[in-house]
Structures are given as C-alpha cells and as structure tokens.
Design a protein around this ligand. Structure first.
Ligand SMILES: [Zn+2]
Length: 123
C-alpha cells in the first residue's frame, strides 16, 4: 500500500509522545502508575514476576523476556489504550524502584520509543 505524504505527516504528528520515568512519589502532571500494586495492569508485570525476581528465582533477562511477552499480549488486547497513550503529549511512567535500578518502567519506555515516542529522562 502506498502511503500519501499527507497521511504520513498526520501519523508522524500523532507520534509526539514525550516519555519520562520517575519514582512512585512523583506527583506532577501526566503521572502514569504502572505498578502491579496500584497501577494500570495492562502496563504492569505480574505479581509472580515481581516476586520471582525479588527472590532471585528469575534473572533480569528472564524478567525482561516475560515482561515484553506480557506487553505484546497487552498491545493486542488493549490496542485502543496503547494508541491513546501514544497520542498524549507527555507521560511520566512511575514505579517503586529506585532511580536507575532495573525496573520495568525503563523496559516500557524502550518499547514506547520503538513505537515512536521520545525519551526525555528520569524526573
Ligand atoms: Zn519498578
């Protein structure tokens, strides 16, 4: 299928999401809680993944694999919510993990960047 330039421009203009990451205490605008405890479950890991990782039953690599597998299913099931998210101007993904620690908020950020978003850093 040939994409007309006007259509392409529209698509690109809709992909201006700026993604930030932050710790849970962040209280600013556009906060998006993605924790399994209190957040949007379509962007959260499972409790089993969280506990298995804490107990060192699974590695970072395994956790990453399981998380992306869950997100691919999430995208298929909640496509409208993913599209809504990608149309926002700004979103701040929050989780309990300390700044710079291994955390699914960085994994989700990488996935959103692949979908056209721009990463702006940790708040
Ligand atoms: Zn985390």
């Amino acid at each position: 299928m040939r994409v007309k330039p006007a259509v392409l421009t529209k698509v690109l203009n809709n992909m201006t999401l700026k993604v930030y990451t932050a710790q849970y205490q962040y209280e600013g605008m556009n906060r998006l809680d993605i924790t399994v405890k209190t957040g949007l479950l379509m962007f959260a890991p499972t409790w089993e993944m969280v506990m298995d990782y804490k107990k060192k039953k699974i590695t970072k690599e395994k956790y990453t694999e399981l998380y992306y597998e869950k997100m691919r299913k999430s995208y298929k099931t909640y496509t409208d919510i993913w599209r809504w998210l990608l149309r926002q101007d700004k979103v701040v993904l929050v989780c309990f993990c300390k700044r710079g620690e291994f955390c699914h908020r960085y994994l989700l950020k990488d996935m959103l960047v692949k979908l056209g978003a721009t990463y702006m850093g940790e708040c």
